[in-house]
Structures are given as structure tokens and as C-alpha cells.
Design a protein around this ligand. Sequence first.
Ligand code: NCD
Length: 312
Amino acid sequence: MAALDQLISIKDLTPASVHEVLLGAKLFSKNIHSPLLSNQTIALLFFENSTRTKISFELAIKKLSGSSVYFSSSGSSMSKGETVLDTTQTIRAMGVNGFIVRHQTAGVPLSIKLSLNLPVINAGDGTHEHPTQALLDIFTLIEHFKDIKNKKILILGDTNQRVARSNIKLLKMLGAEVILCGPHTLINKNFLSLGVKIETDLDQIIGSVDAIMALRIQTERQNSMQIPNVNEFRKFWGVTASRLKSIKKDTVILHPGPTNWGVELDYEVSDDSRSLISKQVQNGLFVRMSVLSKIFNPNGFKDFLENKGKQL
Ligand code: NCD
């Protein structure tokens, strides 16, 4: 098992390491456990708001018998001018074993890794990447479909963001077909080089895809409003109650959350049996337990997979 001491981008993973993470997550989801993080203290550094990612990392560490310290920039010495690197060096001096970092600027988790040489997991950096979100999305899709090779996955809405970039890389690595759909202003044409297709007319394709991954309109990252208004967005690119009728019976719907209900998705989607949104939240815990084990206790994780994998 190759050592993994950072998860900054999907580029840090190979198909074999993805397979191990997914197998570990499957074991954790079946309540097969091991205290793989005992003696480890991990610092959670959140410079940007979060509910799902933060809580699931914290809970994952706890379930693996590790301990965590939580840092939020508000209320810290950053208001006195302390920099990100000073802050991380200070926390490192207290003896933590690694960092989980969310920051509004792309590249911050990598600079922390380069300056401290301790394991770092990227919990979302600007518009760059959010690798554990992509892993939990793919785990959820595989749990549903068994295999996602050649499945048609539609990434919908604000596709110029970190969840899209990490998902595109991971879906392509695993052989899925990826289509991006949304307004021109929210489509990153550079993603064409990753092998995606781009479509602007949702009604042309919605009936033919296997999964719809709707993404939140990230107004906090737009310099000016990149869509005329949210009602218009919903009209053209929302998964509305009426569009639900044109989706195949076995097409599933995902959203990383938080959802702008009535914009990206109509409320009806939350009651639809094809929605996997709460599964995504549940699986986030198992996938993060697996990633943490692989990074912070590679030998223990290897033994765990070998011994407990037989129980599946
Ligand atoms: C995503 C994020 O923060 O990038 N959410 C999440 O991690 N659950 C997507 C988003 O905020 O739109």
C-alpha cells in the first residue's frame, strides 16, 4: 500500500488508493471498527464556514479514538495580524500530528503542507478542490450503482467550483462519463481538457443521464452576479418538480449541500426516493474515517482492510 501523506487534490490518489479508501469506508459503514487513530491529535483549521465537512471530520476522528483541536479564524490572533503559516506553526509546536484545512484561497492547504511537512487534508480551498467531498459522492454512487464505469453523470449549475473539479477528476479516473450543464458564466471551459462534455440546454439531456449532481450557486465567490437572478436560474437549470417527471425512474440526485431550496432543487426533490442527499451526509463520515486512517495510520489501516475485508 503506497503511503499517502497529503490529500490536497484528487491527483494525490491512484485508482488503487481510491479502492482502499472506498473499501475502508464500506467496512466503517457496516459498523466494523478499529481504534486506528489512538495517540493521534489532529488540528481542524477552518478559515471558512462549514457544517457537514467540519462535523463529519470531527466525528470521524472521535470514532477512531483520536483527538482533535479546532481552530476558527474568528476569535483568534489572526485579528492581531498573525498569518496562516505563523498560526499553523504555533499549533504544530503544541505537538499535533497533522492538519485538516479549509480556506477561501486556493493553494493554502498545499503551502501549509510544504512549510510544515506534516500530513494535510484539504477540506476545501477556494475554487480549487474538495477531495473528500468527491470521494464521498463517488462512494454514494458506487453504493447505489455497484459500478460507475460508463455511467452518465451530470454536474449541474455552478460548475466552476471545487466540488466540481474534484468530482470531474475522480469520475474520469473511474471511467464515468461527465457532462457539465449550466449558464455559460458558470462553466469553466478549461474542464474540457479533463474530458468532460458541456451542454447548456438541461431539457435536452436530463432524461438520459444516470445521476444529477446539482451544485450550489456560490455567490460568495463571484465578483458580480453571474446569473441574472435566481428565478431565471431555476427556470433553466433547476431540478424543478416538473423536471422530476422527465428524469428516468432510476436516475439519482445528489447535492453536496448546503442547498438553496427552490433554486438548484425544488422542495419536492427532498421527498423523492431518487434523492441520495442524506446518504451523502451519512457516507461523508465513513469516507473521512477511511481517509484519516489511511493517512495517519497506514500500517494499521492495511491490516484492518486485510483482516476485516473478509467479513464483507
Ligand atoms: C461544499 C463546499 O463547501 O465546497 N459543501 C460541502 O463541503 N458540503 C459545496 C458548497 O458549499 O456549495
